[in-house]
Design a protein around this ligand. Structure first.
Ligand code: AMP
Length: 287
């Protein structure tokens, strides 16, 4: 059955009030791909009714970022939602989400100024503000986010803790192309040669995750990226970090436990991010 498409708060309320049982929300910016589909599939396992929001949120784009060219593929998105048994698609206009410019916003604090936040000032504040708004509008029991955006997941979890929100956050594994490239709505902008360069991101993470210890992981990943920086077209490396998954602060070389190896860079005019979770056993533990 086709999902109900709600464009306004009133339409959303009517649709949600008619939904049975537990509700799961999957927030997206549209241009849906297999990564989004996996979140929607997991949402269907966890709840009785799935709501997908589709909204390209201007608040999380910087002045020189790709808001205007961000892909908008609503009809194809709706077909995916229908095939996945989504009950409601909430696709508000800008005026519905921001009837007046927000005076009050959510700050991601220090976590919003490091790593990806250092490259995209204000990005995580914009993410948290729209996510909080979606939580309030949809009133879901649980919300699903991709581990692909690991820092986003970390700041959202922290907002839920710090502001005592009553909502369950579920992280879902990154979906990749067979050759390792993490699926992203922005991949469609990559020319074939750019895509070949972009593969260095996932290759670097794979090399890092296969190496010994934190310093070995950083070194192995760095070696792959150094090659990509010299390739044609080149990778413009923004960062490679090995960080605590909850705080996104760097882990020391002596670290044991679970860390996130995260990378970002630009190929052509396309900003790409990727990460992998790495477990470093204690020295006296078997690997
Ligand atoms: P976006 O539409 O890019 O804002 O993404 C919407 C949700 O899908 C976010 O929670 C993302 O982390 C998640 N997502 C994006 N790409 C992937 C992927 N390749 N695998 C899993 N989840 C993803």
């Amino acid at each position: 059955m086709a999902p109900i498409v709600a464009r306004t708060r009133e339409e959303l309320n009517t649709a949600i009030n008619a939904l049975p049982g537990k509700i799961a929300l999957v927030p997206t910016m549209g241009a849906l791909h297999e990564g989004h589909r996996s979140l929607i599939g997991r949402a269907g396992e966890l709840a009785d009714s799935v709501v997908v929001s589709i909204f390209v949120n201007p608040l999380q784009f910087g002045p020189n970022e790709d808001l205007d060219r961000y892909p908008r593929t609503f009809d194809a998105d709706l077909a995916i939602c229908a095939a996945e048994g989504v009950a409601v698609v909430f696709a508000p206009t800008l005026e519905v989400m921001y009837p007046v410019p927000n005076e009050i916003t959510i700050s991601a604090g220090r976590m919003g100024t490091i790593v990806e936040g250092a490259c995209r000032p204000g990005h995580f504040d914009g993410v948290l503000t729209v996510v909080m708004k979606l939580f309030n509008l949809v009133r879901a029991d649980c919300v699903l986010f991709g581990e692909k955006d690991a820092q986003q997941l970390a700041v959202i979890r922290r907002m839920v803790t710090d502001l005592a929100l009553s909502i369950e956050i579920v992280g879902c594994p990154t979906v990749r192309e067979p050759d390792g490239l993490a699926l992203s709505s922005r991949n469609r902008f990559l020319a074939p040669a750019e895509r070949a360069t972009a593969l260095a991101l996932s290759h670097a993470l794979h090399a890092g995750a296969s190496a010994q210890g934190p310093s070995g992981a950083r070194r192995a990943a760095r070696a792959v990226l150094d090659e990509a920086v010299k390739s044609d077209p080149p990778l413009e490396l923004d960062y490679l970090v090995l960080v605590d998954p909850a705080t996104f602060t760097p882990v020391p070389d002596t670290f044991s436990g679970t860390a996130v190896l995260a990378v970002a860079g630009k190929v052509g005019s396309t900003h790409l991010i990727d990460n992998v979770i790495v477990n470093f056993p204690r020295r006296d533990e078997p690997a």
